[in-house]
Design a protein around this ligand. Structure first.
Ligand SMILES: CSCCC(=O)C(=O)COP(=O)(O)O
Ligand SMILES: [Zn+2]
Length: 206
């Protein structure tokens, strides 16, 4: 990263807040500083007004490297750590809470949400003519490290075919090799969620 990733993270948070995906302090965003450390939003901060003092530097062993006074890392930092450990290409991770993502959790079967067969899946790295792609869906737990352990186990078996994962009744996490790609992946997954919700309302099979 040539610029301080905290500036980009704060701008992304303002954007996602405006879309209704980070209301009431929901969600958390992070970006790698280098192979062993990443910046993540501090816990419980309003996502439309983040400043440099709202980010914590973590290493990939779960230790705080640098934290402004009174700031703790996101309560969901363990999930970011799992993604960075398993996906070497992931440089940026966005976790947000949209209504549609939470509705879509109810359409999942056996821990998988079948994504609609849309041309836009190409933007998620799926070039197939008739894509049959599932997004992994994890159970939510009050004890967040439990969610991270489930993801760790699943990702050790196989990485998701698309750069994201859903937590039931909670929200989606998407990642990418840079800020723009991570944003596009998040937007495309959220588009799929909106599509699935509307298709269900219209009783259209996808
Ligand atoms: C009000 S959202 C509840 C916690 C959560 O799921 C989230 O994404 C925000 O947690 P953080 O500790 O990162 O502020
Ligand atoms: Zn969350």
């Amino acid at each position: 990263m040539h610029h301080d990733p905290r500036t980009h993270l704060a701008a992304a948070a303002r954007d996602f807040y405006a879309r209704g995906w980070m209301l009431g302090t929901a969600g958390n965003l992070s970006a790698r500083r280098d192979a062993d450390a990443f910046w993540i939003t501090a816990s419980g901060r309003p996502k439309d007004q983040l400043g440099a003092e709202d980010f914590v530097l973590m290493n990939l062993r779960g230790q705080v490297v640098q934290a402004p006074p009174g700031r703790k890392p996101s309560a969901e930092v363990a999930i970011h750590e799992v993604v960075y450990r398993h996906v070497p290409d992931a440089q940026v991770i966005f976790h947000v809470h949209s209504i549609e993502a939470n509705l879509c959790g109810h359409f999942a079967q056996q821990g998988r949400l079948r994504l609609p067969t849309l041309e836009m899946l190409k933007g998620l790295g799926v070039p197939d003519a008739e894509p049959r792609v599932d997004l992994p869906v994890f159970a939510n737990h009050v004890n967040v490290p439990r969610i991270a352990e489930d993801m760790d186990r699943a990702f050790a078996q196989a990485l998701p075919r698309v750069p994201g994962a859903l937590i039931h009744q909670h929200g989606v996490t998407a990642w990418g090799p840079d800020f723009l790609a991570a944003r596009h992946h998040l937007e495309l997954l959220e588009y799929c969620f909106r599509y699935l919700v509307q298709a269900k309302a219209l009783a259209i099979g996808v």
